[in-house]
Structure formats: C-alpha cells, structure tokens
Design a protein around this ligand. Structure first.
Ligand code: XMP
Length: 181
C-alpha cells in the first residue's frame, strides 16, 4: 500500500497531536453543556478512524449518531451528487450537535447532512473536519474545527479511501496520480 503513495503528506504523529488539539478546542467550546452533553453525528465511512481517536481525547458526555452518504464516487476521484443512504439513527431535536467528517472538499456532503439535521430542530450545529481543501470549499459550508488545510490533491489513509482501499494506512498520503482516473 505504501508503494501506491506519491508521498506521505501528514504522518501519524502529526495527526495524533492535532486530534488532541481539536479535542481540547471542542471541549472548551462545549464547556457549558456538561449536563446534557452533545451529540456527535459522524459521516461514514471515511471518518471512522478520526472519530475513534477524537472521542477518546474528548472527556465530555456524548451520544453518537452515524449517517451514511453515498456520492457515487467508486473508482474515480470525482465527487458525484451526495445522497443520504439512511435516516439519522439518533434523535437530535433540542441537542447540541457536532457533525464530524473526514474532509471538506466541494462541500456537497456536509451541506446535505447539515440540511437534514436542520429539519430535526437541534439546539445548535457545529462542524469538525479532519481535512479541508480551502481552494474548493464553498462559502456556505463552514467548519468551526479543522485539523489541516491541504492542497487540492487526492489523499488516502487514516480512514480515507480510494475505491474502498487504503483506509487502514496509519498516515495520510497522496495517491500516485497514475493509479486513479
Ligand atoms: P465533498 O466534495 O462532498 O466531499 O465535500 C466530501 C467527501 O468526498 C470524499 N473525498 C475524498 N476522499 N480523498 C478521499 O479519500 C480525498 O482527497 C477526498 N476528497 C473528498 C470524502 O469521502 C468526503 O467525505
């Protein structure tokens, strides 16, 4: 798998350090909500590893919800139209919601889930992404917590996939150009 990378962009140690910082920033933001806690809504599958690491650094009361979005990506790196694959599996009405995603690219995925959440009248919605491609992220989809801003290159590892491969790479790397369409 390592041989399929052009280079490692963010090594595991930097990811771990940044995840701890993000958790601290999130804990400070929700310091007043200890009693009811917050609800994390995570977009599968790319955010799985990020979620697992983040919540173990987050000493606050929380409920977890999961949502699956398909964007008909398959064996291509071009985003298709985002669609919710299932209903929200957690009640967010009146709750502080933190939406978790792996990467904010064109914003289609987060816009879709944010609009779905809004229909259930949460108390607040904030967004946390591990990665953001600032050159593409649209102004109407903002994230309050961002791990790393990266160039517009296709990255894999630490949960991120190409055609469902590479999720188990511990580092985030740039996939060799000749390997994708
Ligand atoms: P949008 O364009 O909706 O994209 O913001 C968000 C979803 O698309 C996937 N994505 C990527 N996956 N490397 C990946 O492995 C990338 O560089 C990349 N860019 C977008 C990802 O699933 C994300 O949730």
């Amino acid at each position: 798998m390592r041989a399929d990378l052009e280079r490692i962009l963010i090594p595991r140690e930097r990811i771990a350090a940044r995840v701890r910082e993000l958790a601290q920033a999130i804990a400070r933001t929700y310091a007043g909500s200890e009693e009811d806690g917050i609800t994390l809504v995570t977009i599968l599958s790319g955010s799985l590893i990020f979620l697992a690491d983040l919540i173990r650094e987050l000493p606050i009361r929380m409920k977890l919800g999961l949502v699956t979005v398909s964007s008909y990506r398959g064996a291509t790196t071009q985003a298709g139209e985002a669609r919710l694959r299932d209903a929200l599996n957690v009640d967010v009405t009146g709750r502080h919601v933190l939406l978790i995603d792996d990467i904010l690219d064109t914003g289609g995925t987060l816009r879709l889930v944010r609009d779905e959440l809004a229909r259930h009248a949460p108390k607040s919605v904030r967004t946390c992404v591990l990665l953001r491609k600032p050159s593409k992220a649209p102004v109407d989809v903002q994230a309050e917590f961002v791990g790393f801003d990266i160039e517009d290159q296709f990255v894999v590892g630490y949960g991120l996939d190409y055609n469902d491969h590479y999720r188990n790479l511990p580092d985030i790397g740039i996939l060799r150009r000749e390997l994708y369409a």
